[in-house]
Design a protein around this ligand. Structure first.
Ligand SMILES: [Zn+2]
Length: 520
């Protein structure tokens, strides 16, 4: 069956997305991670755009990539110029990458209004740029910007653009839905009408403005595309690019097409989270395949089926993509869910007194405002306390926070903490802008000399919910914290009328969960 090349543009188009930014070191780390997964092409950026982009290409030239080819991105030469003396075409050659991609116009309106040149000169620009590059760079791809909109406007001209790319020797003609406004049926209709036998192989580059970028990409592949472009987590301009984290498993698990990346499919979830961590963006829980919720089930009728016959309630098994099944806990949880969760500590059944006392404890906690569905680490500590398998990390003697602000200078908080850990009296101090961070720093200051693992834990997300806002300032606050040791992540919860107290509970749960489970 046809082989599909996976082309990643996270480091170029992905970085056009809101909130997405990477340092040079991040870009290099991501490129190596993509290479480990056998992504076929990695678009590194536009070498002439700035210093950081240029240094990326300098650096990758010195590094070894096992599978992936790094691609430099640029556009066609200037109107009425020469490709051989165009500085940005020269930058593509100078980047020394095994492949380059050139973007050119397909939509007449863009040629006339944006390039401000005539449609014949546009074809000459495409021909010169690609044929010149082809004499210098091993593989050259042609991105047909606004292909689908251009085709709808004037199919004959769009076809001439495709033919020009073919005659100039491009290795693939990549059809772009730059504005993301095309639907899958239009992609199929337009692509199935192309005279593919007269053209170089096709690729697709879809944007998600209609929420159909993944569907459009698959439609394009079904119509003969051999290269699919997209980004990790679907990040990109406006609503994003086609999400490779969905396209890859769809190709591997749901079609007959071949892809190199199939061999490392089980590392896909980790890749998605790795890239999110580099961008300091909270991963989207509801993302297909790789999201935390993709294989999670809420208690009730379905959770019961999940325990008996999981394959009946999931379209694939999560471990194929490196994800895992989660059963969400709540007071609605059936006994069977709780027994299943406890089973890692021993054989418990519905008559075990530990099960009864855990259910009673869970109900009381939920009445107080705790919620364990998204705080399985705090729930694990409840189980350990119930079955007497809990090792406390510390005993608090007291903490003390002082916030101050002078004139127009930013506020500061100083925190001090006194505690007992393994029979020793210890203390710590920390300064930060806000009280929760000052407390976290003071606690780390106290514990780190005795527990090296504290250094590995970072707080990756902090969420606050006011439970009864009608109470005004006396309202209860629920805090959720997500922590990570860069391998695993876990969630904890705290509840109090005092936000610092609620945060303290969630932080302590996080450290104690790690201490009880993961450290050894
Ligand atoms: Zn794009």
């Amino acid at each position: 069956m046809r082989k599909i090349a996976i082309y990643d543009t996270t480091l170029r188009d992905g970085m056009q997305g809101i909130d997405v930014s990477f340092t040079l070191a991040d870009k290099l780390d991501i490129a190596h991670k993509l290479d480990e997964l056998r992504i076929d092409y990695i678009e590194g950026g536009f070498p002439l755009s700035n210093e950081k982009e240029a240094s990326f290409f300098e650096q990758v030239a010195k590094e070894r990539f096992r599978h992936a080819k790094i691609v430099a991105f640029g556009s066609t030469r200037k109107p009425h110029g020469k490709a051989s003396s165009d500085p940005q075409i020269a930058a593509l050659v100078d980047s020394g990458t095994p492949a380059a991609i050139v973007v050119g116009k397909t939509w007449k309106a863009h040629v006339l209004q944006v390039l401000k040149t005539d449609i014949e000169e546009n074809l000459a620009m495409i021909y010169d740029s690609i044929s010149h590059l082809k004499s210098q760079v091993k593989e050259v791809f042609f991105d047909l910007e606004h292909f689908f909109d251009g085709f709808k406007d004037d199919p004959a001209y769009a076809l001439r653009v495709l033919e020009t790319g073919t005659q100039a020797g491009a290795d693939a003609l990549v059809l772009c839905d730059t504005n993301g406004g095309t639907l899958p049926a239009d992609v199929a209709r337009i692509m199935s009408g192309l005279p593919k036998e007269r053209l170089k192989p096709l690729g697709v580059h879809m944007h998600n403005d209609c929420g159909t970028a993944v569907a459009n990409s698959l439609a394009g592949i079904d119509c003969g595309a051999v290269q699919v472009q997209g980004t990790i987590n679907g990040w990109g301009e406006r609503c994003g690019n086609a999400n490779l984290c969905a396209i890859i498993p769809n190709i591997v698990l749901k079609t007959q097409y071949q892809a190199e990346v199939a061999r490392s499919l089980s590392e896909l979830t980790e890749l998605s989270r790795f890239v999110a961590e580099k961008a300091n963006i909270i991963p989207d829980k509801r993302q297909p395949y790789v999201g935390e919720a993709a294989f999670s089930h809420k208690a009730g009728q379905h959770a019961d089926v999940i325990l008996k016959a999981p394959e009946l309630m999931e379209h694939i098994s999560g471990d194929l993509v490196g994800n895992e099944r989660r059963i969400l806990l709540s007071e609605l949880a059936g006994k069977s869910t709780i027994i299943k969760t406890m089973s890692r500590y021993g054989d418990y059944d519905k008559d075990s007194p530990e099960v009864a006392s855990l259910i009673a404890l869970l109900k009381a906690r939920e009445r107080d405002g705790y919620e364990y569905e998204a705080a399985e680490a705090s729930f694990d500590l409840l189980i350990r306390k119930t079955i007497k398998r809990y090792r406390p990390l510390l005993q608090l003697n007291n903490y003390h926070l002082e916030s101050y602000k002078t004139g127009d200078t930013p506020s500061k908080t100083v925190g001090r903490i006194f505690l007992t850990s393994h029979g020793k009296q210890i203390m710590g101090a920390g300064v930060a802008v806000g009280p929760v961070e000052a407390l976290d720093r003071a606690l780390r200051d106290a514990l780190t000399p005795f527990h090296d693992f504290i250094k590995r834990i970072t707080l990756t997300d902090y969420r606050v919910r006011i439970l009864n806002p009608e109470e005004g300032a006396a309202a209860k606050t629920r805090v959720f914290i997500t922590s990570s040791d860069h391998k695993d992540s876990w969630d904890t919860v705290g509840v109090s009328e005092n936000i610092i107290e609620a945060s303290w509970e969630a932080i302590i749960d996080s450290f104690e969960y790690y201490y009880n489970n993961l450290e050894d």
